[in-house]
Design a protein. Structure first.
Length: 371
């Protein structure tokens, strides 16, 4: 029983992936049933197409359907035209047509990867008639019909069966990225007074890079849903740009904190730097939690106060002349830290505003559902 409960908890914790598995299964079986009912020549292509276009989110399914249909229609038209306009009567003739069909379409697909299905479709349209002694035009029509059935089935299933909106996924993706940024920021500032664990920092930075790519992809899908009026909510652009700027802030701080500060500066700045690291990391992690829950933005006042105290201590350090004796490169790094923290402060204020906008959107949606 304990094993079964643990297994259930693990599977249920992956609700988004579980929903995709259900949608793909429904799409595949539905496409096969529909293709069989319509007496299509090869129901297999309808099934495969339905699996291809049924994606993690509605926005991604829309793009996959559009790209696959464009490629299929283009490949069917091109392959059918070659077969009709250049008749062949031997295997050598078919080989020449294949070269004529594949080479240009493969070149186009290398430039426009979303049209990669065109090459496959053209080959099927050319080769299949020779296997079944069918007409090339009929082969092209069959191929487009089979793909259309699979594409429509997959798209309808994406809309109707446990639909997953990219707008919801962007919350989780952005929250994960903010938590990674908070971890990296804490490690970087700690390195000013104790040295830093470069291996740990590299792992965090790699995770941030991967998460950025995923978030940008989901953001594009969310905007595709919004433009098709399939999802509401605020524009994802401000959220993505703010997080990207915070990522740049972490990179700048990383460059400025390659080596620890001199002992005299460590002694004076250890406490305010620790306060800054704690306040900013707590705010960023709280913002991540607020995004996930659709709650209001956390208070940013502790960040203001921590940075003010750090600025006051920096001013005192300069008055005491502790910067004058530093080597030029070390002095530049010292001032770069202050500049980077000020820049990050501005971006954190933007994050505070953006998280508030997403919370208001969630509240408006809940109010409409309650009416």
């Amino acid at each position: 029983m304990a094993f079964a409960a643990e297994l259930f908890d693990r599977v249920w914790s992956r609700k988004t992936q579980l929903g995709l598995a259900v949608r793909v299964t429904v799409a595949a079986t539905g496409a096969y049933a529909l293709a069989t009912a319509l007496h299509l020549l090869l129901p297999l292509w309808a099934v495969l197409t339905s699996i291809i276009v049924t994606q993690m989110s509605v926005g991604r399914s829309l793009k996959a359907t559009r790209d696959y249909m464009l490629g299929t229609i283009g490949g069917a038209v091109y392959g059918g035209a070659i077969a009709i306009l250049i008749p062949y009567s031997s295997e050598l003739g078919l080989l020449g047509l294949l070269v004529l069909a594949v080479a240009p379409l493969a070149f186009v697909a290398s430039i426009y990867p979303n049209l990669s299905s065109a090459t496959v479709t053209a080959v099927i349209v050319l080769v299949l008639p020779s296997m079944h002694h069918a007409d090339p035009m009929a082969s092209a029509i069959d191929r487009v019909s089979e793909v259309s059935v699979g594409a429509v089935t997959g798209l309808l299933v994406s809309f109707l069966v446990l639909p997953s909106r990219a707008v919801r996924q962007i919350r989780a993706s952005a929250a994960k990225l903010l938590e990674l940024i908070a971890d990296a920021f804490t490690e970087l500032l700690a390195g000013l007074t104790r040295g830093r664990d470069n291996d740990a920092l590299h792992r965090i930075q790699d995770g941030i890079g991967i998460a950025m790519v995923g978030m940008n992809t989901i953001g594009a899908e969310a905007e595709r849903e919004r433009s098709a009026r399939l999802s509401g909510g605020p524009d994802t652009g401000p959220l993505l740009r703010t997080i990207l700027r915070l990522r740049h802030d972490v990179v700048m701080i990383g460059r400025a904190t390659v080596v620890p500060l001199p002992i005299e500066l460590q002694t004076r700045l250890a406490a305010p730097l620790s306060e800054v690291a704690t306040a900013i990391a707590l705010f960023v992690r709280s913002a991540a939690s607020a995004l996930r829950a659709g709650a209001g933005a956390p208070t940013i006042r502790p960040v203001h106060l921590a940075l003010e105290r750090y600025a006051d201590e920096v001013a005192a350090v300069r008055r005491d002349g502790l910067i004058r004796g530093l080597p030029g490169e070390m002095a530049e790094r010292f001032y770069a830290i202050g500049f980077s923290l000020e820049q990050m402060h501005q971006n954190l204020c933007d994050l505070d505003r953006v998280v508030g906008e997403w919370a208001e959107s969630t509240a408006d949606k809940s109010a409409r559902m309650a009416e």
